[in-house]
Design a binder for this molecule. Structure first.
Ligand code: ADP
Ligand code: ASP
Ligand code: MG
Length: 467
């Protein structure tokens, strides 16, 4: 079995969905299970509609929903023949009517809870998966829709729900596996799930990749394919650096590190289920399906280059915690981290001196409350608009002088914090958010002008691929 996930741009309109059908057809003897995102930008618009309703801007909210309704109707009418379209028309009507009822309800109370927000944004994947199913059937593929909320069972951390793997695996075996065994192609919406009580949840932005990995892990797939709009994982974000190169082969741990530190091409949790069962993950371009993409495996291929890629994570806040009395006393660090933990605020980078601890977080919202809780122990100062830039590669281990080369390439740029993890596959540092493009370009030039052709492919900007 192979799990194939198609992202937002890969299902953005009728043309894109037709390409998806052609790609799935090439895997039809391999028992495909398909996971799709909402059409491109739909999740953003659903968020905007929900927020408008939450501030009682009822008309604005319904206008956004109407535009979404029209976009989906247009795509469906292009994809489906008249007979099927008139049937599917009423399915779409039902979905959008219930979305509008929900938005009216939110506007009436003028309050948006995280639980209701998840319900609103879930419509993107609910509807796209129904539409892709119809489109594939229209073209003769044996597609069957599966409501992901029956299978992906999560806790109730709305907006960032965590799956219960054992429950989920059982449900996948109940609802998805029998279809595959009958020669059907199950089509599921990514990103969405439900609690054990059946309340709709979402896995966090970009979470459809994670759905694919949960399904692939749960059903022990032979391969998980992530189909997107670039040729694979690149040596850096191709939006920042037009000469970014495709990485042909990379290890799970390197790719996970890159995803965590900002390579948006993969949701950070994606590789966990794949790693556990050693299922290869491929990142492929739905606009350029002949390209081999990136193959992510337990080991990856050895490379002559020190690094595999550079990632950048923006919207970082540096928090300086200066001890007022305990001065590195035993238990000081623990009491600090307990406060962050209580506020469910993950810490990315830490550096300590005798009297203070500096750390970075990416959730600025809870900092004032954390500072208040820390007041009896320490003075807290914080500064936003920072970014973590991170260079990742297995060869950092055992290459002397790596840090000197990195900071040499950065020249006079103002670096605020530095970390070289114990895992020795990453060197990270904190800079001003505005300095990210310059830093990435300098590092890319220094480390990827000459590359090992066994491991790195051509430099292809996605815009070039599109033409
Ligand atoms: P999808 O909708 O298919 O999930 P995303 O927009 O979530 O696609 O992810 C793909 C995008 O990730 C690319 O278009 C690219 O702009 C961005 N990106 C950031 N860093 C990288 C990287 N290192 N390699 C490839 N793409 C990257
Ligand atoms: N549609 C969701 C988002 O935009 C999930 C995804 O595309 O992966 O975040
Ligand atoms: Mg994505």
């Amino acid at each position: 079995m192979v799990v194939m996930k198609f992202g937002g741009t890969s299902v953005e309109d009728a043309r894109a969905i037709t390409r998806v059908e052609e790609i799935i057809r090439t895997r039809s003897t391999e028992k495909p299970v398909v996971v799709v995102s909402a059409m491109a930008k739909v999740t953003d618009q659903l968020l905007a509609a929900a927020n408008a309703a939450g501030s009682s801007a009822r008309e604005k909210s319904l206008e956004i929903s109407l535009a979404l309704r029209e976009r989906h109707f247009n795509a469906a009418s292009e994809l489906l023949g008249t007979g099927v379209f008139s049937e599917f028309h009423s399915v779409l009507e039902t979905e959008f009517n219930s979305l509008d009822d929900l938005l009216r309800g939110i506007a009436a109370v003028g309050e948006l809870t995280s639980r209701t927000l998840d319900n609103v944004v879930s419509y993107g994947e609910r509807i796209s998966s129904l539409m892709v199913t119809e489109a594939l059937r229209e073209r003769g593929l044996p597609a069957t829709h599966v409501d992901s909320r029956q299978c992906i069972i999560t806790d109730s951390s709305f907006g960032q729900a965590a799956p219960f793997f054992t429950d989920t695996e059982l449900k996948l075996k109940e609802h998805v596996l029998p279809l595959v065994n009958k020669g059907r192609i199950p089509i599921m919406g990514g990103f969405i799930g439900s609690t054990r009580d059946g309340v709709t949840t979402t896995l966090g932005r970009g979470g459809s990749d994670y759905t694919a990995a949960i399904v692939g892990g749960g059903l022990t797939a032979a391969r998980i394919e992530i189909w997107t709009d670039v040729d694979g994982m690149m040596t850096t974000d191709p939006n920042i650096c037009a000469t970014a190169r495709r990485i042909k082969s990379i290890s799970f741990s390197e790719a996970a590190e890159l995803a965590y530190f900002g390579a948006k091409v993969l949701h950070p949790a994606t590789l966990l289920p794949a790693m556990q069962k050693e299922i290869p993950v491929l990142v492929l371009n739905s606009r350029n399906p002949k390209n081999d993409g990136t193959r992510i495996t337990a080991q990856g291929k050895p490379s002559k280059n020190i690094f595999k890629a550079i990632a950048a994570k923006k919207r970082i806040t540096i928090v300086d915690v200066k001890s007022t009395r305990m001065l590195m006393a035993h238990g000081f660090l623990r009491s600090i981290f307990e406060v962050f933990d209580r506020h469910k605020c993950p810490v990315d980078m830490v550096s300590t001196s005798e009297v203070s601890v500096s750390l970075t977080v990416d959730t600025v919202g809870s900092i004032p409350a954390i500072a208040a809780d820390l007041q009896s122990l320490a003075d807290v100062k914080y500064e936003g608009r920072k970014a973590i830039v991170c260079l990742v590669g297995d060869n950092i281990r055992g290459t002397p002088g790596v840090a000197a080369r990195v900071f040499g390439a950065l020249g006079e740029m103002n670096v605020r914090m530095i970390s070289q993890g114990a895992s020795e596959i990453n060197i990270g540092f904190v800079i001003e958010e505005d300095d990210v493009p310059e830093a990435v370009l300098r590092l890319h030039k220094a480390f990827f002008t000459e590359v090992d052709s066994e491991v790195f492919g051509e430099a292809l900007h996605k815009e070039l691929v599109r033409r």
